[in-house]
Structure formats: structure tokens, C-alpha cells
Design a protein around this ligand. Structure first.
Ligand code: AP5
Length: 189
């Protein structure tokens, strides 16, 4: 059972690479940002609560996201492994993942969690996001998302390094080069 977490600032390529690796490993790619955006566009109660935070570039409150991830991880396709893209993003979200894994029986020997830290310089991130132009890809929100990343999510790099679960990957290369490096790190032949 493979369990992979993608860390990295906005625009580092988490979504792009998580989709590719999920296809290679044949496990679901679970993006909390995508699930939240789909709730916003369907105007669900979760979407209505999350929208203001997302538009500002702030994190959606932990409890909303934890409940959402908990539900998603119960689905049948997630029982054989998963890639989490954009989750965890706070220490309490990371502790939730740890607790979930320690409670899941039987898989401890093969269920090794791996965390990827995609590293890309800020100027490249901003350039990529402005070129993409998603609803939250305007300069002000990008600046806020980067600040939130540094304050709340970057501490997870050491969290996973301390546990011996971190792979640092240079994300400032072509998409194919990054995929090749990830494949080597996560799924060596
Ligand atoms: P989320 O959707 O996770 O956005 P993000 O972290 O800001 O990340 P992005 O999707 O912008 O970038 P990415 O790293 O996935 O890069 P991508 O592959 O798209 O979250 C959005 C919001 O939802 C958050 O701000 C928050 O409000 C909320 N949220 C989500 N999860 C949450 C959580 N766990 N807790 C609380 N709130 C949460 O690539 C970006 C662009 O670059 C693309 O155009 C791509 O084509 C291009 N690109 C990618 N790789 C390369 C490359 N190697 N070379 C050139 N271009 C590249």
C-alpha cells in the first residue's frame, strides 16, 4: 500500500506531478484544493464556507478539511493506497494522517508513508501561477498563499524529515525531468 504526500508551495507542480505518479502507481490522486473547488462550484455548504478563505489565499479551517479528507479516504479506491496533493498543510493535519495510519491495521510493514518536498524558487512560482490564471492566481492572493505556505506548511518539511520520510526534489526543471526524479525516489524498479 503506497501512501504519498506532496508538499510544496503554490505553483511548485504538486497537482501536475501527483496526477502523473498516481497513474504510474495506479492509486487515486486526492487533491484537497480540487475537492474544495468542486464544492465551491456546486455551491455546497462546505463550498460556501470554504470560498472566502480560498479567495483570500488563506487555509480553509482544519476541521472542515479533516472531515472532507476522512470521508474521501473511506472510499473503496483509497484502500489500496493514495497520493495526497495539498494535504496535510498544517501540523495538526499531519498529526491526523499519522493517527489514521497508526490506526489502520495490518499494513504497517508495507504501508510506508513518503513525503515529497517540491522545491521551486519564488519568482518561478509567481510566473507560473500568473500564466495559469486560476481564480486565486492574482498577485495579491498569490502573495498571501506564499506567506501562508511559509508560515503554516513549510514546518512540515522538518516534520517529515525528522521521521525519515522526506524526499527533496528540485521542481525547477521540465515536467518530465521532475517526473523521472520522482519515479526514482518513490517507485524504484
Ligand atoms: P491548492 O489547489 O492545493 O493550490 P496550491 O497549493 O496553491 O497549489 P496550486 O494548485 O496553485 O499549485 P501546484 O503546486 O498544484 O502546481 P500545479 O501542478 O497546479 O489549494 C487551493 C486553496 O484551497 C488553498 O489556498 C486553500 O485555501 C485551500 N486548501 C487546499 N488544501 C487545503 C488544506 N489541506 N487545508 C486548508 N486549506 C486547503 O502547477 C502550477 C502551474 O505551473 C500549472 O500551470 C502547471 O502547468 C505549471 N507547471 C507545473 N510544473 C511545471 C514545470 N516543471 N515547468 C513549468 N511549468 C510547470
Amino acid at each position: 500500500m503506497q501512501q504519498v504526500i506532496f508538499l510544496g508551495p503554490p505553483g511548485s507542480g504538486k497537482g501536475t506531478q501527483a496526477a502523473r505518479i498516481a497513474e504510474i502507481l495506479e492509486i487515486p490522486h486526492i487533491s484537497t484544493g480540487e475537492i474544495l473547488r468542486s464544492n465551491v462550484s456546486q455551491e455546497t455548504s462546505l463550498g460556501q464556507q470554504a470560498k472566502t478563505y480560498m479567495d483570500r489565499g488563506d487555509l480553509v479551517p482544519d476541521q472542515l478539511v479533516l472531515d472532507m479528507v476522512e470521508e474521501r479516504l473511506k472510499e473503496p479506491d483509497a484502500q489500496k493506497g493514495w497520493i495526497l496533493d495539498g494535504f496535510p498543510r498544517t501540523v495538526s493535519q499531519a498529526e491526523f494522517v499519522e493517527e489514521k495510519l497508526s490506526n489502520s491495521d495490518g499494513n504497517s510493514s508495507e504501508g510506508e508513508l513518503q513525503a515529497i518536498n517540491l522545491d521551486v524558487p519564488d519568482d518561478v512560482l509567481v510566473e507560473r501561477l500568473l500564466a495559469r490564471g486560476r481564480q486565486d492566481d492574482n498577485e495579491e492572493t498569490i502573495r498571501r498563499r506564499l506567506q501562508v505556505y511559509r508560515e503554516q506548511t513549510a514546518p512540515l518539511i522538518e516534520f517529515y524529515r525528522d521521521r525519515g520520510q522526506l524526499h527533496d526534489v528540485d521542481g525547477d526543471r521540465t515536467m518530465d525531468e521532475v517526473t523521472a526524479c520522482l519515479k526514482k525516489a518513490i517507485a524504484p524498479e
